[in-house]
Design a protein. Structure first.
Length: 334
């Protein structure tokens, strides 16, 4: 299970806060979720922001009508920054009189001692952004599983209000023309980045991360396969649901794999109904250059580099998948 730092500011955090696409979509999702809650339940919700960081999602909830917001983080420095951030925004917002109450909590939903007092408060809406490079690599499922025990359920269908609503992780083969980005000399520098394991008979090269300067979206990539769903999670029930790919299985290829083919682990999350956040190669190509750079610095994509022979295969088969701290470890059949 992913363990966040208890102090300090993570190196990727500044880039994440500059991701306008992410921020806009989270604000829209939180606005829509609160508006829907008020229509259906007839009152403003009590919101908990899990892994609040500096409190951006908490700010959105306060701006859009939450009755109270609890900002929860294990990191003492981030919690302190959150309190200051919300305080200064409240002072500068001419509509802040309409804001609800705000509480900052240094802690988690799992206590090794007695139940903390702040958990006596029933929560109506859970908001969270603990998505990692592979979607699941910051253990969102595990942390939301703990939190959802404290979220109210409504109606005969036990409806839960949660942003995000789900997560889908896929693996897609792409093809492109030859590029210096795949020069063997450059690859050697990243040999230590090894999240991928191969079976004895696997033709499996090393693993790369686009955060290390490989801008695949500028190489005119085209999909060479259908997406293979590795993981599906839904957070609209308590407990949440999770389904992983059954192996062995195969990709449906649109063209044979060559030395210029590469495999990318991507994810898409429905934040609220029609508001969708994606960490995919096609999404990077659609973002502004600055936003693509910040998205890459904060999350990036996991990439299997090309195999160094002219023709690789007419089929692509996945022998097995293991999950190490939320990161898929793929074994490919030769």
């Amino acid at each position: 299970m992913y363990q966040p730092a208890r102090q300090g500011v993570p190196t990727y955090f500044h880039a994440m806060l500059d991701d306008q696409d992410r921020n806009t979509k989270y604000e829209q999702a939180i606005h829509n979720a609160i508006a829907q809650f008020r229509r259906e339940q007839g009152r403003p919700p009590v919101v908990v922001d899990l892994g609040c960081g500096v409190g951006l999602l908490s700010l959105y909830a306060l701006r859009h009508g939450a009755a109270r917001v609890y900002s929860v983080d294990l990191n003492e420095d981030m919690a302190s920054m959150c309190e200051h951030f919300i305080g200064t925004r409240r002072e500068s917002d001419e509509n802040s009189e309409a804001w609800g109450q705000h509480h900052v909590v240094v802690g988690t939903f799992k206590s090794k001692t007695k139940k903390p007092l702040w958990l006596d408060q029933p929560f109506d809406l859970l908001v969270s952004e603990i998505l990692g490079s592979t979607g699941s690599s910051e253990s969102m499922y595990e942390y939301l599983s703990l939190a959802l025990h404290h979220i109210r359920q409504f109606g005969k269908d036990a409806k839960i209000y949660c942003v995000p609503q789900d997560l889908t992780v896929t693996a897609v083969w792409y093809a492109t023309e030859a590029s210096p980005a795949f020069d063997p000399a450059l690859m050697t520098a990243y040999e230590a980045v090894q999240f991928w394991d191969g079976a004895t008979n696997a033709q499996l090269p090393s693993f790369l991360h686009t955060r290390d300067g490989i801008a695949l979206q500028h190489m005119a990539p085209t999909p060479a396969s259908d997406p293979l769903v590795l993981l599906e999670e839904s957070y609209m029930s308590n407990p949440p649901s999770r389904q992983r790919v059954h192996t062995p299985c195969s990709w449906v290829l649109s063209q044979p794999l060559t030395q210029h083919s590469f495999l990318v682990v991507e994810w898409t999350s429905t934040l609220w109904n029609d508001v969708v956040l994606s960490n995919t190669l096609s999404e990077y190509a659609n973002l502004t250059p600055r936003n693509a750079a910040t998205r890459n610095a904060a999350w990036g994509l996991f990439v299997l580099k090309p195999i160094s022979r002219e023709h690789v295969a007419d089929t692509a088969q996945l022998a097995s998948v293991q999950w190490r701290k939320g990161v898929p470890i793929l074994s490919l059949c030769a």
